[in-house]
Design a protein around this ligand. Structure first.
Ligand SMILES: C[S@@+](CC[C@H](N)C(=O)[O-])C[C@H]1O[C@@H](n2cnc3c(N)ncnc32)[C@H](O)[C@@H]1O
Length: 292
């Protein structure tokens, strides 16, 4: 394993490197992070790493300082698992997606967003683009961080969910949307936009920035569930709009590899990074089932 991978691993280095603010996050994640290649399919060009994406992206930046990826899709922690309630199949359930989704407070959450976005920006090819999805809990911080990094925001897409869960408290509108921000590496980039393909997909009219997709169907969850799994169709739209066949796509918060499934279905190459082994196991099964 390259030496750089260990840079967060000891307390001394962590304090020196992180300067106090970032340290809790870094140490905890480093202990969790084995940084290993978990699955590879060189024929179909799929690589899954079990790692803390901050560490693995640092390693990739050392290896590819001029960038490597044509597109990055990131569905980061939303920081919304903080004891709220929601409605699932008619029942009241607690909103608890896992320890990785707990808020650490607005400032640390923002610092985290800035750190992974900084790395994504470096890893994009000159004309590559980044998609980030999220709810209001995270997406405003992401948009602000992109501005701090001088990225070029190309669109914000509203993903409208036609069947949102009812709001049990009756004190809010139902939460029926998520936002995707689409951004280029910087203001000089000449990003790819497959305008004609999008127009065909929208029955001959220009594609709007409001997209309607159902949440993932049960057929997309036969290998196991991820609490924040995205629909494959949503990812296919992003990929078809902004990449060409053979392009290399990264997802630093792989989850159940929805991005990978959409990439492989459309003849793109895929690298996914995920901390949790259970989600990686679901990912491997999903990826193996594509085109078979
Ligand atoms: C919002 S979910 C992504 C869901 C994914 N889009 C899907 O469709 O399955 C975020 C994922 O990031 C993982 N994660 C959180 N922090 C991470 C980190 N620092 N490095 C790598 N993975 C991380 C979590 O375990 C979780 O599976």
């Amino acid at each position: 394993m390259p030496a750089s991978i260990h840079k967060y691993a000891t307390v001394e280095e962590k304090i020196l490197y992180a300067n106090g603010f970032f340290d809790t996050l870094v140490v905890r994640e480093s202990e969790l992070s084995p940084n290993k290649l978990y699955f590879r399919d060189d024929l179909r060009k799929i690589w899954l790493y079990q790692a803390n994406c901050l560490e693995l992206m640092d390693y990739l930046i050392e290896k590819y300082p001029l960038g490597k990826f044509d597109m990055i899709f990131a569905d980061p922690p939303y920081f919304l698992s903080n004891g709220g309630i929601s409605c699932q199949a008619g029942k009241m359930v607690s909103v608890n997606k896992g320890a990785w989704d707990k808020s650490r407070g607005a400032e640390i959450n923002h610092e985290f967003n800035l750190e992974w976005l900084k790395r994504c920006q470096k890893l994009l090819n000159t004309n590559g683009t980044l998609w980030v999805s999220g709810t209001h809990h995270v997406i405003h911080s992401v948009g602000y961080a992109m501005q701090q990094l001088d990225m070029k925001i190309l669109n914000d897409i509203t993903w409208e969910k036609p069947n949102p869960p009812p709001n049990l408290s009756c004190r809010y509108f139902t939460h029926a949307t998520e936002t995707l921000i689409w951004a280029a590496k910087n203001h000089k980039s000449k990003h790819i936009f497959n305008y004609s393909d999008m127009r065909v997909e929208n029955e001959g009219k220009q594609m709007k920035s409001v997209w309607r997709f159902l949440p993932p169907a049960s057929a997309e969850k036969i290998f196991g569930k991820h609490p924040t799994q995205k629909p494959v169709k949503l990812l296919e739209r992003c990929i078809l709009a902004s990449t060409n066949e053979g392009d290399l796509i990264l997802d630093p918060f792989n989850g159940s590899a929805t991005t990978g499934v959409a990439a492989i279905k459309n003849n793109r190459q895929y690298v996914g990074i995920e901390l949790d082994q259970d989600y990686l196991d679901v990912s491997v099964k999903r990826l193996n089932a594509v085109n078979k």
